[in-house]
Design a protein. Sequence first.
Length: 255
Amino acid sequence: MNYTNVVEEPILYDIFNDDCHEDILMYRNMCKEFNNIMEFGIGTGRIAIPLALDGKQIIGIDKSKKMIERLTDKLKKNNVSEKIEIINQDFRFLDINKNVDCAIIGFCTFNYLLTIEDQLLALRAINSCLNNNATIIFDIFVKSTFKELFSCNEKIYIRKTKFDNQDVKIYRKTDFEQNGQLIHQKRYFEFYDNEGQLVKERKVLMTNRFFFFGEFELLMKMSGYKIVNIYGNYNLNSFDNNSNEMIVVATKCDR
């Protein structure tokens, strides 16, 4: 069985992340003062739909047509289709004439950019969509995010969940590549019927690059941003060597 890219499997993406909620509350609180928000890497709407339910107008950018198909279905089910405008583009090469005062790059989306060239392309393209002094919020995976995975290159059981009246068992195998600061996650999904019989198996691959604050700060300076706050988790505690997240709040400024 071959691995497919996680962005081509939106249902599996939602299944894997169905227990992730802390960041959503953070964004709802941090975006209270803004009415129009742009999300880069909107995916299946995990963050955007709760914001739309709060009354926000969202412009969502994503290059994956399959993610957008899943998102479109979820917008109808949540009755927020009028609140979210979807643009199917790669945010490294944006061609849109829209500007906002608040933007989000959440839940490791920036970590999918594996090279400095792509990171700078994305940051500079995103900068062109922001009004002067606009606020932009990043959720960046750092090395400590994956600390429990570095010593584990065997397939390990994560948890069991439910989807479409089936039990789903989730496993993960992780490979760490020091050269390039890359984490390769192989995620395994086993679907069982009501009698406990295995119905199907699926496998996806997710590759991310983790960042150190110093290098991310340099990328931001080179792309026309000023960092105003950095937090170590979704409760907005201080960032330190033990932080599992790097939440960066920045503003657009003159280069």
